[in-house]
Design a protein around this ligand. Structure first.
Ligand code: URA
Length: 450
């Protein structure tokens, strides 16, 4: 294979055959193909795309560049969920134990926060002692015995993605939909799952800012998942308002506990029940997404989800007493309210600004190697559709380092866009993409258009 021929073919809109793609990805993994040629090919793909067949081979070869979990010894369905990243997006944490409590195992490999979106691993690690760096054997044991285990990416899972992502990051090619789809799915498919529910976020706090781009990504992900032999559904959800009341690591665990105890904010609960319902559907334990959502709701109220969460915390080295005593979670020393400057109804909230304010307080990282402060963040006091008067709180900053507050406040200036109202309180779920499992009705009933 001559790499210059491959680059030219893609540059001119041609198709790459399977052997060529395998050779390229192997060369990416071993380092045989130099950075400048990988970068040129990525740019050609950015402009010309990959068709469904090319993308399936590209993703499969990426997936096989490292360790792949074999969970076939564990009976029953194994279904995971992935979110493209939001602000206040703690959904995986209550969702995974609830789904496990309903009889579908959840092997979940998650990421850390980078930029304005938080990371599930950072949230989990805000629980004292909780470990996300379990060995593969211990991960499998957790999935088998507890029904759920949440760990972090390792060096040995999809090494091809590390190199490709690092090059995309510095060559302006991160935004390519096929490259995003391959990156996300190669890592999820390495978990050995039989089903996958994707939460594709759209709006000011999302990776995909417009409904068109979000739907395109959702459809590409579903097609790729199905071609790879994994039942896949994507939910398109709104990210023009932070999710729930908590943005910050330990704060989001507190909100998780509320959800698992049958309470919690309406929008967080909606996302947990909708996504959980789809996971149960893909796991084959319910007939449709609505029945699945009802089962998840029942597991929130009967304490079975909370019990799985307690066992998961204990299995992963955390202190299960925090389940009944959230006071054991790290707490910030100081609080300060962010007041409204005018009267009006909240039309939307700039989620990126809110996420960046949490980061500035120390809850997130600007660079991969930065430490995070588990205790800090924001309590969101008003959401879209709420009316505020001057001086009333929009949010409460929870912080340990007063020197960080002015920048956080600056980021939040104008983040709550107020209008005369009234403003519709839209549901979070905007639409679904995915083929119904064998002969079953469409996952969520009616398809909606953004
Ligand atoms: N998340 C990933 O894992 N990869 C991407 O390319 C984008 C988001």
């Amino acid at each position: 294979m001559l790499m210059t021929d491959v680059i030219r073919r893609k540059r001119d809109g041609g198709r790459l055959d399977a052997d060529t793609i395998r050779e390229v990805i192997q060369g990416v993994t071993t380092g045989a193909v130099p950075d400048y040629q990988v970068a040129a090919l990525l740019m050609a793909i950015y402009f010309q795309g990959l068709d469904g067949g090319e993308l399936a081979v590209w993703t499969d070869t990426m997936l096989r560049s490292g360790d792949v979990f074999d969970l076939s010894d564990i009976p029953g369905p194994k279904v995971d969920k992935h979110s493209t990243g939001g602000v206040g997006d703690k959904i995986s944490i209550p969702l995974a134990p609830l789904v496990a409590a309903c009889g579908v195992r959840v092997p979940m490999i998650s990421g850390r926060g980078l930029g304005h979106t938080g990371g599930t691993l950072d949230k989990l690690e805000s629980m004292p002692g909780f470990r996300t760096d379990l060995s593969p054997e211990r991960f499998i044991q957790g999935v088998r015995e507890v029904g759920v285990c949440l760990i972090g990416q390792t060096e040995r899972i999809v090494p091809a993605d590390r190199r490709l992502y690092a090059l995309r990051d510095v060559t302006g090619t991160v935004e390519s939909i096929p490259l995003i789809a391959a990156s996300i799915l190669s890592k999820k498919l390495a978990e050995g799952i039989s089903g996958l529910v994707l939460d594709v976020k759209m709006g000011s706090g999302a990776f995909m800012k417009t409904p068109d781009r979000a739907r395109q990504l959702a459809e590409t992900l579903v097609d790729l998942g199905e071609r790879s032999g994994v039942r896949t559904v994507a939910c398109l959800t709104d990210m023009d308002d932070p999710i729930g009341w908590a943005v910050g690591n330990a704060l989001e665990i507190e909100e998780t506990l509320e959800v698992l105890q049958g309470a919690g904010p309406e929008d967080t609960v909606e996302l947990v029940e909708v996504l959980g319902g789809q996971m149960l559907l893909l796991g084959g334990v319910v007939a449709d997404g609505e029945e699945g959502a009802r089962r998840i709701r029942a597991a929130r109220f009967d304490g079975s989800g909370l019990e799985v969460f307690r066992r998961m915390v204990a299995f992963q080295g955390g202190d299960p007493r925090l389940v009944d005593d959230p006071g054991r979670l790290p707490r910030a020393r100081f609080q300060k309210e962010v007041p409204a400057e005018a009267e009006g109804v909240v039309e939307s909230v700039d989620c990126e600004a809110v996420g960046m304010a949490a980061l500035v307080l120390g809850g997130g990282r600007r660079r991969k190697e930065d430490p995070v402060d588990p205790a800090v963040g924001l309590r969101i006091r008003v959401h879209r559709g709420d009316r505020v008067r001057p001086g009333e709180p929009l949010a409460t900053l929870c912080y340990n380092d007063p020197a960080r507050v002015p920048e956080a406040e600056g980021r939040l200036r104008g983040a709550w866009r107020l209008g005369p109202g009234p403003v519709d309180r839209r549901p979070r779920l905007v639409g679904l993409a995915g083929r119904p499992p064998n002969g079953m009705p469409h996952p969520g009933g009616q398809e909606k258009t953004p």
